[in-house]
Design a protein around this ligand. Structure first.
Ligand SMILES: [Zn+2]
Length: 181
């Protein structure tokens, strides 16, 4: 991968021998591997058995999870926030696990729509809740830095499963809670 980054740098007309660029292929390769490290994670090892019995049926919300991913069309970042909610059916996830699930899928080449659904499906698989809701709001650098250069547009995607899909009042409660600052 280092050689391939060196080649790319030469292709744009740079001098690969220039002092500031000497270690760049190595660093870029390490960064690219890290940003795509989600391919080597599975739901099972991310959860690491951090699922607990709980007799609550109240909505669990984790909001404002920082999100960094790479768009699969341009290999440019999209950056934003992810909000997740679920309605437990006897089991809850360990506190940090929702964020870890978001990371596992964000650190892959993605489109925002698929990322949103993968997170929702993973929560569904992990604790079989009565419902799951995921909302992602993100800015795409491929839109901001190139092409149409729309600096302030935010893309919103959502995936609602179970009761969040069926019941408007449940969905509204979630949307109201994530919009409250
Ligand atoms: Zn893109």
């Amino acid at each position: 991968m280092e050689n391939q980054f060196a080649h790319l740098i030469q292709e744009i007309g740079e001098d690969i021998g220039r002092e500031g660029l000497v270690d760049t292929p190595k660093r870029a390769a390490a960064a690219f591997r890290f940003l795509n490290s989600g391919y080597h994670m599975t739901l099972e090892n991310v959860l690491n058995q951090a699922i607990f019995e709980a007799d609550t049926e109240d909505m669990v919300i984790v909001k404002d999870i920082e999100l960094y991913s790479l768009c699969e069309h341009h290999l440019l970042p999209f950056i934003g926030k992810c909000h997740v909610a679920y309605l437990p059916r006897g089991r809850v996830l360990g506190l940090s696990k929702v964020a870890r699930i978001v990371e596992m899928y964000a650190r892959r080449l993605q489109i925002q729509e698929r990322l949103t659904k993968q997170i929702a499906d993973a929560i569904q698989t992990a604790v079989d809740p009565v419902g799951v809701a995921v909302v992602i709001e993100a800015k795409h650098l491929c839109m901001m830095m190139r092409g149409v250069e729309k600096q302030n547009s935010v893309m919103m995607t959502s995936c609602m499963l179970g009761l969040f899909r069926k019941q408007i009042s449940t969905r509204s409660e979630f949307l109201e809670l994530i919009n409250r600052r």
